[in-house]
Ligand binder design. Structure first.
Ligand SMILES: Cc1cc2nc3c(=O)[nH]c(=O)nc-3n(C[C@H](O)[C@H](O)[C@H](O)COP(=O)(O)O)c2cc1C
Ligand SMILES: Nc1ncnc2c1ncn2[C@@H]1O[C@H](COP(=O)(O)OP(=O)(O)O)[C@@H](O)[C@H]1O
Length: 312
């Protein structure tokens, strides 16, 4: 798989392909259907398949309060797209320039000059270009003029509803990790480097690996039973995702206490934290003693859950 960062890195050899475009946050089953359509057509035409994505995602560029939490960071998204067998990922930087690009320029610079697409797969509700003026009909008309075909994607349903990143965020917020895994095609996890915290954990007798999160973080809050993957190992743990009101935390953190771990320092390791089961909401405690008592109870709760679920 080839990752192309930005329109300016397109070369002549990238011309001629079957492409699709979107945020692909989560690379869920709906996305996979679209990618399967792209790959099938690419195979038929003997051309490479290309997924065009944005970084940041457009709503993150516009900012404000309504920015949805991410299901996948950029590198995870690219890894999942690669696993789906896409030949190329073209990542467009969503900035002021791209934002103000007209729909006509979008077709001309990206689809015609840049990629010379022969077939374009896109949802029939897809909007593009400055102020979202471009739509499916405009793409079809451009296709007829310039000799590329355009194909709409069918809505993909599972358990009666459309599979979408928004639906999956909602399912995760309800802590239904099994349904989320079905919709995603993978078990929801957050991956990041273990960084230094306030060193309070060890003092409390409960060391916690603090995992760096994406700035548009994670849709979850609370205490969970998790599997932590690092260095090719998978260990059970208890995880808190939240603001840590008891110690006046300022921003959301994700921290994992590994049950029965006494190995090497974890700082700097890449850790993947898979969510299995919701335990409770985060709370503000009246001091560290009360917090410590609760965390000890959480650890017992999680041990009992693993024992009953037979999952560790
Ligand atoms: C299982 C678990 C549950 C936690 N629950 C809460 C909570 O309800 N409220 C809170 O303020 N902090 C909670 N914490 C976070 C602790 O405040 C945190 O682990 C402690 O401050 C250590 O931070 P450090 O890793 O930066 O040293 C929890 C931590 C763990 C491991
Ligand atoms: N069972 C464990 N679970 C998580 N981290 C552990 C465990 N045992 C030792 N550690 C180490 O302790 C560190 C966390 O200790 P802590 O006092 O909470 O420091 P910090 O505030 O820097 O996270 C981890 O990054 C890891 O290197």
């Amino acid at each position: 798989m080839e990752l192309i960062r930005g329109l300016h890195n397109l070369r002549d050899r990238h011309r001629g392909c079957v492409a699709t475009i979107g945020n692909f946050d989560g690379v869920h089953l709906g996305h996979r259907k679209v990618l399967a359509q792209v790959k099938a057509k690419a195979a038929e035409l003997g051309l490479p398949s290309v997924a065009i994505i944005f970084e940041p995602q457009p709503r993150e560029f516009f900012g404000g309060d309504s920015v949805p939490p991410r299901l996948t960071r950029f590198d995870e998204k690219v890894r999942l797209l690669e696993a789906e067998g896409v030949d190329r990922v073209l990542c467009l930087t969503f900035n002021a320039r791209l934002r103000s690009m007209s729909a006509e320029a979008f077709i001309d610079e990206l689809l015609l000059q840049g990629l010379a697409v022969e077939h374009f797969v896109v949802g029939d509700d897809f909007r593009f270009g400055c102020d979202r003026r471009g739509d499916f009909d405009m793409l079809c008309a451009a296709g007829e003029r310039h000799g590329f075909s355009v194909e709409g994607t069918a809505t993909f349903l599972l358990a009666g509803d459309r599979v979408s990143s928004t639906r999956i965020r909602g399912v995760l917020q309800q802590n239904d990790f099994d349904l989320a895994a079905e919709l995603l095609g993978w078990r929801y996890a957050v991956t990041g480097r273990v960084m230094h915290g306030q060193k309070l954990g060890r003092q409390l007798g409960v060391p916690t690996a603090n995992v760096r999160m994406h700035r548009y973080a994670c849709p979850l809050r609370g205490v969970f039973a998790v599997h932590a993957h690092f260095d090719g190992r998978c260990l059970p743990g208890v995880c808190n995702v939240g603001m840590r009101p008891t110690v006046n935390g300022r921003q959301p953190v994700l921290e994992v206490h590994l049950l029965d771990y006494s190995g090497a320092e974890l700082y700097g390791r890449l850790m993947r934290v898979e969510f299995l089961h919701f335990i409770r909401e985060e709370r503000a405690f009246d001091g560290l003693d009360a917090l410590k008592t609760q965390i000890e109870a959480d650890i017992e709760h999680v041990r009992a859950w693993f024992a009953q679920a037979g999952r560790d």
